[in-house]
Design a protein around this ligand. Structure first.
Ligand SMILES: Cc1cc2nc3c(=O)[nH]c(=O)nc-3n(C[C@H](O)[C@H](O)[C@H](O)COP(=O)(O)OP(=O)(O)OC[C@H]3O[C@@H](n4cnc5c(N)ncnc54)[C@H](O)[C@@H]3O)c2cc1C
Length: 398
């Protein structure tokens, strides 16, 4: 979204064909080419009753891209994906291929994970995998002021595998209510292998979602469908792999006149209330058209250099719609900067794979380790072979 994978006058390396996979004998570790996408990984692991340990909420992304941004998902009690990476091989700027892990080339291991491709090309990775399990879905609707307390009570009951909250976004009760979704391991695990299934009600969910873009009525209808209709017709049990196997095409915007823009902010637990209170005033005041807001918990990241979860965080993932005009872009920039300031003032951070609206000052305030991150970049890649728009915007100018 911000040119993290491209640089003007640069050469883009397409890794899509580097997509082989190999599961070890005891089914705990996957060796995988960096260009493989999660949809292929899930299909492969499903044959062995295994699953990805941590990934985004959609399956359309590559292994290399996911570990280079250090993505996270809604897998409960987990740090971002770096925690599941045992090692990887990296082709450096001078062509040398190094094996990197927590004990071998440890500094590069930590710089490359979440390092936006600035230290070399990841060729393959070894990822820890988990069993594919069957989960039971529980849903609770609460006022947003009670959400953290309810979430904590529910996850304390144990056996939680995945959890997230979705906030109400229509103007009638903007961010006033939350549906908390908790997926617990079913005690009655079915051992028999099952083939992957298509996501539930894909066409209806797409119509409801896209129909809500320009209309408060559509947003209310979607909330009603999710909170009243869906719980009545959806089966309460689901396989982990089916749950994680959703492509971005289910929701993607195919219009020319407007586009959907992701934002993500991380705030510590005691700042969730103040953060929501500020969102409720800033977003409507600045005319933000918020389509979706999910909240997930992320545990502390002890692995990456440019880390966003330096402590346990609640992640607020927001999808806005904006016009593809100069004014639409300027408005989104202003809103983004206001939200970044709010998150930083509350001891939080913002996520780096999206638009580059943050000022360099905001970037360095959110990521105080960035200065040494860029010094190490110059050390490992002195001719600055690997560059992208993110690097050019935030690295110190020579
Ligand atoms: C609709 C949508 C939903 C999303 N949901 C989530 C979410 O739930 N959680 C989350 O954490 N993120 C989420 N994201 C962000 C997403 O995780 C990142 O944009 C991710 O980088 C996408 O993977 P990709 O394969 O497209 O990477 P790319 O965009 O191709 O690359 C991302 C970065 O990684 C580098 N890179 C890619 N491959 C390699 C390689 N082999 N070696 C070295 N560097 C490499 C690129 O240079 C670039 O800097 C979402 C994004 C979208 C568009």
């Amino acid at each position: 979204m911000g040119g993290q994978s491209i640089a003007s006058d640069g050469i883009l390396i397409d890794m899509a064909k580097v997509a082989w996979m190999e599961l070890n004998e005891d089914k705990t570790m996957l060796r995988v080419g960096a260009g493989a996408r999660w949809n292929a990984v899930i299909a492969y692991l499903n044959k062995y009753d295994c699953s990805v340990a941590v990934m985004q909420s959609n399956n359309s992304f590559s292994v290399g891209g996911s570990i280079s941004v250090n993505c996270h998902g809604w897998q409960f009690g987990r740090p971002p994906i770096a925690d599941t990476v045992a090692s990887f091989s990296l082709m450096k700027a001078d062509g040398e291929v190094l094996h990197c892990s927590r004990s071998e080339n440890a500094e590069l291991f930590s710089l490359v994970l979440g390092g936006y491709g600035l230290f070399g090309v990841i060729l393959e990775a070894r990822l820890k995998v988990v069993p594919n399990e069957r989960y039971r879905l529980e849903q609770y609707m609460v006022p947003s002021t009670d959400a953290i307390a309810l979430y904590e009570a529910k996850v304390a009951q144990g056996d939680v595998a995945m959890a997230y909250g979705r906030m109400r976004v229509d103007a009638d009760m903007f961010l006033g209510e939350v549906i908390i979704n908790v997926l617990r391991r079913n005690e009655d695990q079915v051992i028999a292998h099952e083939a992957l299934k298509d996501p539930d009600m894909r066409v209806i969910r797409r119509s409801l979602f896209r129909g809500s873009v320009g209309s408060n009525y559509g947003k209310r209808l979607r909330w009603w469908a999710e909170t009243v209709v869906q719980p009545k017709i959806r089966s309460g049990e689901i396989w982990r792999n089916d749950l994680m196997n959703e492509p971005v095409s289910v929701f993607e915007n195919r219009k020319d006149a407007n586009t959907d823009i992701l934002h993500e902010y991380f705030v510590p637990k005691d700042q969730v209330g103040p953060f929501i209170a500020t969102l409720r005033s800033i977003i409507p005041a600045q005319g933000g058209n918020l389509l979706n807001l999910t909240v997930r918990h992320v545990s502390t990241d002890d692995d990456t250099y440019l880390r966003y979860a330096d402590q346990p965080m609640f992640a607020f993932v927001m999808l806005f719609n904006q016009k593809r005009t100069k004014d639409g872009e300027a408005q989104m920039q202003e809103l983004t900067r206001a939200l970044i300031d709010t998150a930083i003032d509350l001891g939080g951070r913002y996520y780096l794979p999206y638009r580059l609206h943050a000022t360099p000052e905001q970037f360095h305030r959110a990521y105080p380790m960035a200065e040494t991150f860029f010094e190490r970049k110059a050390h490992y890649d002195p001719d600055l072979l690997f560059q992208n728009a993110f690097y050019r915007r935030y690295a110190p100018k020579p």
